[in-house]
Write a protein that binds this ligand. Sequence first.
Ligand code: FES
Length: 158
Amino acid sequence: MQSAAPIPTEDEIAALIEANADLEGPLLPILHALQESFGHIPQPAMQMIADRLNITKAELHGVISFYHDFREAPAGKHVLKICRAEACQAMGGNALAEETLAKLGLDWHGTTINGAVTVEPVYCLGLCACGPAAMLDDRCVGKVDRNRMDALLAEAGA
Ligand code: FES
Protein backbone atom coordinates (compact mmCIF):
# COMPACT_ATOMS: atom_id res chain seq x y z
CA MET A 1 0.00 0.00 0.00
CA GLN A 2 1.25 3.49 -0.81
CA SER A 3 1.36 5.98 2.03
CA ALA A 4 -0.57 9.22 1.71
CA ALA A 5 1.66 12.02 0.51
CA PRO A 6 2.16 14.80 3.04
CA ILE A 7 1.41 18.33 1.88
CA PRO A 8 4.80 20.00 1.49
CA THR A 9 5.57 23.53 2.53
CA GLU A 10 7.62 25.85 0.34
CA ASP A 11 10.37 25.79 2.97
CA GLU A 12 10.54 22.00 2.79
CA ILE A 13 10.69 22.12 -1.00
CA ALA A 14 13.35 24.83 -0.94
CA ALA A 15 15.47 22.84 1.50
CA LEU A 16 15.48 19.80 -0.77
CA ILE A 17 16.31 21.92 -3.81
CA GLU A 18 19.17 23.63 -2.00
CA ALA A 19 20.53 20.34 -0.65
CA ASN A 20 21.08 19.14 -4.22
CA ALA A 21 21.46 22.34 -6.24
CA ASP A 22 25.27 22.42 -6.17
CA LEU A 23 25.71 18.85 -7.36
CA GLU A 24 26.95 18.29 -10.87
CA GLY A 25 23.74 17.65 -12.86
CA PRO A 26 21.46 18.65 -9.99
CA LEU A 27 18.07 18.28 -11.67
CA LEU A 28 17.55 14.52 -11.31
CA PRO A 29 18.79 14.43 -7.69
CA ILE A 30 16.38 17.27 -6.86
CA LEU A 31 13.47 15.51 -8.54
CA HIS A 32 14.29 12.22 -6.84
CA ALA A 33 14.50 13.94 -3.45
CA LEU A 34 11.12 15.61 -3.93
CA GLN A 35 9.50 12.44 -5.24
CA GLU A 36 10.89 10.40 -2.34
CA SER A 37 9.80 12.91 0.27
CA PHE A 38 6.36 13.83 -1.04
CA GLY A 39 5.37 11.00 -3.41
CA HIS A 40 5.20 13.46 -6.31
CA ILE A 41 6.79 16.67 -7.61
CA PRO A 42 4.70 19.36 -5.89
CA GLN A 43 3.36 22.08 -8.19
CA PRO A 44 5.10 24.98 -6.37
CA ALA A 45 8.42 23.17 -6.87
CA MET A 46 8.22 23.62 -10.64
CA GLN A 47 8.86 27.37 -10.60
CA MET A 48 11.30 27.09 -7.70
CA ILE A 49 13.43 24.50 -9.54
CA ALA A 50 13.26 26.44 -12.81
CA ASP A 51 14.42 29.62 -11.06
CA ARG A 52 17.19 27.91 -9.09
CA LEU A 53 18.63 25.99 -12.05
CA ASN A 54 17.91 28.69 -14.64
CA ILE A 55 15.88 26.40 -16.87
CA THR A 56 12.40 26.86 -18.30
CA LYS A 57 9.35 25.14 -16.86
CA ALA A 58 8.87 23.53 -20.28
CA GLU A 59 12.32 21.95 -20.06
CA LEU A 60 11.54 20.78 -16.56
CA HIS A 61 8.20 19.33 -17.58
CA GLY A 62 9.93 17.48 -20.43
CA VAL A 63 12.32 15.80 -18.00
CA ILE A 64 9.56 14.88 -15.56
CA SER A 65 7.38 13.36 -18.26
CA PHE A 66 10.34 11.45 -19.78
CA TYR A 67 10.99 9.53 -16.56
CA HIS A 68 7.96 7.43 -15.72
CA ASP A 69 8.73 7.27 -12.01
CA PHE A 70 8.14 10.99 -11.47
CA ARG A 71 4.58 12.15 -10.83
CA GLU A 72 3.17 15.67 -10.94
CA ALA A 73 0.26 14.74 -8.70
CA PRO A 74 0.00 12.43 -5.69
CA ALA A 75 -0.77 8.81 -6.53
CA GLY A 76 -3.84 6.98 -5.28
CA LYS A 77 -3.71 4.72 -2.26
CA HIS A 78 -2.55 1.85 -4.52
CA VAL A 79 -0.56 1.91 -7.75
CA LEU A 80 -1.38 -0.64 -10.43
CA LYS A 81 1.26 -0.96 -13.14
CA ILE A 82 0.42 -2.83 -16.32
CA CYS A 83 3.27 -4.06 -18.50
CA ARG A 84 3.33 -2.55 -21.98
CA ALA A 85 6.54 -4.15 -23.19
CA GLU A 86 6.76 -6.49 -26.16
CA ALA A 87 6.38 -9.95 -24.61
CA CYS A 88 3.31 -8.90 -22.66
CA GLN A 89 1.86 -7.17 -25.71
CA ALA A 90 2.19 -10.45 -27.60
CA MET A 91 0.15 -12.14 -24.89
CA GLY A 92 -2.74 -9.66 -25.01
CA GLY A 93 -1.34 -7.01 -22.71
CA ASN A 94 -2.60 -4.11 -24.81
CA ALA A 95 -6.18 -5.37 -24.79
CA LEU A 96 -5.97 -6.02 -21.06
CA ALA A 97 -4.66 -2.50 -20.45
CA GLU A 98 -7.27 -0.85 -22.66
CA GLU A 99 -10.07 -2.82 -21.05
CA THR A 100 -8.82 -1.99 -17.55
CA LEU A 101 -8.50 1.71 -18.27
CA ALA A 102 -11.95 1.79 -19.89
CA LYS A 103 -13.48 -0.06 -16.95
CA LEU A 104 -12.03 2.51 -14.55
CA GLY A 105 -12.71 5.46 -16.84
CA LEU A 106 -9.05 6.49 -16.73
CA ASP A 107 -6.13 7.31 -18.98
CA TRP A 108 -2.61 6.22 -18.09
CA HIS A 109 -1.42 7.88 -14.87
CA GLY A 110 -5.01 8.57 -13.87
CA THR A 111 -6.43 7.92 -10.42
CA THR A 112 -9.90 6.59 -9.66
CA ILE A 113 -12.31 9.16 -8.25
CA ASN A 114 -12.30 7.43 -4.87
CA GLY A 115 -8.50 7.79 -4.73
CA ALA A 116 -8.01 4.03 -4.48
CA VAL A 117 -5.90 3.27 -7.55
CA THR A 118 -3.55 4.99 -9.94
CA VAL A 119 -2.87 3.08 -13.16
CA GLU A 120 0.53 3.41 -14.78
CA PRO A 121 2.37 1.77 -17.66
CA VAL A 122 5.56 -0.16 -16.98
CA TYR A 123 8.03 -1.51 -19.48
CA CYS A 124 8.87 -5.05 -18.34
CA LEU A 125 8.50 -6.50 -14.89
CA GLY A 126 10.77 -9.48 -15.52
CA LEU A 127 7.80 -11.81 -15.90
CA CYS A 128 8.01 -11.99 -19.69
CA ALA A 129 7.31 -15.73 -19.79
CA CYS A 130 4.11 -15.20 -17.77
CA GLY A 131 2.53 -12.29 -19.62
CA PRO A 132 0.50 -10.25 -19.47
CA ALA A 133 2.08 -9.02 -16.26
CA ALA A 134 1.02 -6.37 -13.79
CA MET A 135 2.16 -5.08 -10.43
CA LEU A 136 -0.09 -3.94 -7.60
CA ASP A 137 2.02 -1.78 -5.32
CA ASP A 138 5.11 -3.99 -4.75
CA ARG A 139 3.57 -7.31 -5.82
CA CYS A 140 4.11 -8.64 -9.33
CA VAL A 141 1.40 -10.82 -10.86
CA GLY A 142 1.70 -12.89 -14.05
CA LYS A 143 -0.81 -14.36 -16.48
CA VAL A 144 -3.23 -11.55 -15.75
CA ASP A 145 -6.50 -12.24 -17.50
CA ARG A 146 -9.78 -10.38 -17.07
CA ASN A 147 -10.70 -12.30 -13.89
CA ARG A 148 -7.33 -11.81 -12.28
CA MET A 149 -7.39 -8.12 -13.13
CA ASP A 150 -10.87 -7.79 -11.63
CA ALA A 151 -9.58 -9.45 -8.46
CA LEU A 152 -6.65 -7.02 -8.31
CA LEU A 153 -8.95 -4.04 -8.79
CA ALA A 154 -11.33 -5.32 -6.12
CA GLU A 155 -8.43 -5.87 -3.74
CA ALA A 156 -7.30 -2.30 -4.33
CA GLY A 157 -10.79 -0.93 -3.76
CA ALA A 158 -11.25 0.46 -7.28
S1 FES B 1 7.50 -7.81 -21.21
FE1 FES B 1 6.04 -7.74 -19.61
S2 FES B 1 7.11 -8.57 -17.96
FE2 FES B 1 8.61 -8.50 -19.50
